[in-house]
Structure formats: C-alpha cells, structure tokens
Design a protein around this ligand. Structure first.
Ligand SMILES: Nc1ncnc2c1ncn2[C@@H]1O[C@H](COP(=O)(O)OP(=O)(O)OP(=O)(O)O)[C@@H](O)[C@H]1O
Ligand SMILES: C[C@@](O)(CCO)CC(=O)[O-]
Ligand SMILES: [Mg+2]
Length: 387
C-alpha cells in the first residue's frame, strides 16, 4: 500500500495578528520549521481477524492512540466522505469526537493535545471514513508558542489524507518532494481551515494559508496576496516558553471588542494601516546601505506601533515585556508574534548589525531562561513525497 509523507511549515506574523480575525490586513511569512506527517492506509484485514485500527503516533511526545473502525462507526454514525468538499465540524459532531478523544486517557499534563486530536479525527474520518491506517507525526516547531504549530499540523494532515484519496491526482510514481498545483493547494488549505477551526475557535485562516502556500503573504478576510521581500529579512525569534492557548486569547480579544466596540474598532483600523504600509515597504527596493537602513528603520517603527496596539488588545505578557526591554537596550525592536500571552517574540536583525551584538543579545535573553533562534523570513510551503 502507498505511503505518503507531507511537511508543512510554521510561520511568523510580521503584523496584524488578532486584528486579522476582525477583518484587518495582516502580513505573515513561512519559516523553515515544519510539521512532518507520514500516512499509510492498511490493506483490508482478512475475515475473522478483527477490523484493524486507525493509529495516531505523536513521535516527539512519545504518545500513540488507536481507534478500531467499529468504535469510530459506533461513535460517529455512518461515514459520509466527500474529500473534494471540505465540511465543517458541527457542534454535535464535536461532542461525539470529544468522547472518542476522552477515552484515550491523554495524560493530564498534555490535555492541551485534545483539540489537535479532535481536528485529526474530523479530517481523517471526513476524508477516509473508518478505514484502518497509521499516521505518524513529528514537529520541528514548539507547540502552542505562536509559530503556527496548529495550522502546520492541519495542513500536513489534510495534505497527506487527500494525497491518498482521489481528490488529488499527483503522479504517485514521481520521487522526491513535490509541490501541489494551485487548485490542490486550495483544497488542502480549505480542509486545514476546518481543522484549525476546531483548535482556534474562530481562526482568520492566515496561519493555514501561509503554511500551505509558503513565502510571504498579505492577508485580509480570507483573501491572500503573494508578496516578496525586496531584500532578505532576518529575524530573531525568542521563545519565552510561557504556555498559552490561541483559542482563549482570540476569545479574550473578542470579549474586549464587545465591551469597547468603538475603541477597539479604531485599534483594528490602525493595525490595518500598519500592515498595508509594512507590506509596501517590504516590497520596495533598497539599492544601497543607506536605503537598506532606512527601510529597516521604517519596518522597526511599524513593528513597535503594532506591539503597542497588541498591548491595547490585552495579549502581551510580562515575559514578552522582558524580551522587549532586553532587546531595546541594544537598540533593537521587537513585537510578539502569533497569539501572544507568552509564546514567541520577533526581533528584527538589521543587515548592518554585527554578529558580536547579535551574540550578546542572544546570550542575555538565554540567560533569562528564554530560547532563541535565527530565521530567514519566507520559505517553502507545503510539500508531499511518495515512498
Ligand atoms: N505536532 C502536533 N501534534 C499534536 N497536536 C498538535 C501539534 N501541533 C499543534 N497541535 C495542536 O495545536 C495546539 C496548539 O495550537 P495553538 O493555536 O494554541 O498554538 P500555535 O498554533 O503554536 O500558535 P499560534 O496559533 O499563535 O500561531 C496544541 O495544543 C495541539 O492541540
Ligand atoms: C491570533 C491570530 O490572529 C493568529 C495566530 O497565529 C489568530 C488567527 O488569525 O487565527
Ligand atoms: Mg495556532
């Protein structure tokens, strides 16, 4: 039986998180840290030997879960599979799926995995019904830290399930990593969005879209514009290691918006302008050192303004403020990225910044217990491979 592998990248949001859920423009880029999925469908079990199982192994976490096809059918009713038409998980179905997740006895310390496993069950059973198979997942990304682990998880799962369905017609005899065509990417992206809805509650779709398509995007109300940076943008990512949950943070911003509708509408409008300006500057050519520096200073100013507005939305955190203070000592600008509340912070590393200064900042941040990594912004999106 064929086996497929899929890898989908995480992302950083350069501007516009949260406001994008309320209709503002945002700018995001893929980073070269991936969620990896391998998937195979099992051959039918000979009569009298049970009905096999659907297995999910989370390699990095040392956890494995199994459901028998008969238990899935008993729990969810007759399977209706339409791989070419993404379906939302209704509130009734979510409850039925939650019961199937609960009986797996997930360790209490890892209970945050439940929403991811629920998204897995929805995507799998909607595309392959109750067929027996095995899915193995590993990730380069820190989970639940603002780098889009949930979206890359959903994109890689949706892609691998669709690749072994008849909704995607890639030539399975081709070797190596393959990109999907535009229509197929869109189908994967729409399924991934349905999974992301289970994890985020009310996602904008920016995270799954940048994970599927890669590079850099400007995004508003489900519409994407591909953009390209005129010069390399280097960012330092600092993981505060403070755990948080995107669904709760998104809900918190919506509650603040319903308490202060006019003030928050003004905040979202300001973020919209910042993201549009940022997108223009990122794409504008810089021909010499002076214009490279001027361009980077403008990007820094917009990042600082966006961070101020994220504080207004109530999604900063003491650990984020510590990173801002440390980097400011070195005249560097930072903002939270993703949902905030802890998680990761972005710091622009200007082209002319010496590596000695970068090393000093990293050493100071790491001595406070944070974890730093340097990334080049923009990169490959989803890819699949048949083996
Ligand atoms: N590799 C994985 N294996 C299992 N579950 C995962 C994996 N990656 C993500 N998840 C699910 O996604 C949840 C984290 O999603 P969440 O949206 O809170 O954080 P994030 O996507 O990393 O950050 P952000 O949404 O701010 O970019 C986890 O609690 C888990 O349910
Ligand atoms: C906080 C948020 O804007 C970005 C999370 O990476 C949520 C979303 O857009 O789905
Ligand atoms: Mg997420």
């Amino acid at each position: 039986m064929a086996e497929v592998r899929a890898r989908a990248p995480g992302k950083i949001i350069l501007s516009g998180e949260h406001a994008v859920v309320h209709g503002s423009t945002a700018v995001a880029a893929a980073i070269d840290l991936f969620t990896h999925v391998s998937f195979r469908l099992d051959p039918p079990v000979p009569p009298g030997n049970g009905d096999g199982s659907l297995g999910l192994e989370l390699k990095d976490l040392g956890l494995a879960f199994f459901w028998s096809p008969s238990r899935l059918k008993e729990g969810l009713g007759d399977a209706v599979t339409v791989p070419s038409t993404p379906v939302s998980c209704s509130p009734e179905r979510i409850k039925l799926i939650a019961a199937l997740v609960e009986e797996q006895d997930i360790p209490e310390a890892k209970i945050w995995l439940s929403s991811g496993i629920a998204a897995f069950i929805h995507l799998y059973t909607s595309i392959h019904g109750y067929k027996a198979g095995k899915v193995v997942i590993s990730s380069d990304l820190p989970l639940g830290s603002g780098l889009g682990s949930s979206a890359s998880f959903c994109v890689a799962l949706a892609a691998s399930f669709l690749a072994l369905s008849d909704a995607i017609t890639v030539d399975k005899s081709q070797g190596g990593w393959l990109r999907l065509c535009e229509n197929e990417l869109q189908l994967v992206n729409r399924w991934a969005f349905e999974g992301e809805k289970i994890i985020h509650g009310k996602p904008s779709g920016i995270d799954n879209t940048v994970s599927a398509f890669g590079n850099m995007i400007q995004f508003r109300l489900g519409e994407l514009i591909h953009i390209e940076s005129s010069a390399p943008l280097r960012m330092l990512i600092t993981n505060t290691k403070v755990g948080r949950n995107t669904k709760a943070l998104v809900a918190g911003v919506s509650e603040r918006a319903s308490r202060h509708p006019d003030a928050m509408a003004a905040v979202f409008t300001a973020v919209n302008s910042i993201s549009k300006e940022l997108s223009t500057i990122i794409q504008s050519p810089a021909l010499d050192d002076i214009s490279v520096t001027a361009r980077e200073e403008k990007i820094e100013e917009l990042m600082e303004m966006n961070q101020g507005l994220l504080q207004c939305m109530g999604v900063s955190h003491a650990s984020i403020e510590t990173v801002l203070r440390v980097t400011m000592k070195y005249k560097l600008t930072s903002k939270l990225t993703g949902a905030g509340g802890g998680g990761c912070v972005l710091t622009l590393l200007p082209t002319l910044l010496s590596s000695a200064i970068t090393d000093k900042v990293v050493a100071e941040l790491e001595s406070s217990g944070f974890q730093c990594l340097k990334v080049e912004v923009g990169g490959e999106g989803l890819q699949i491979c048949f083996s």
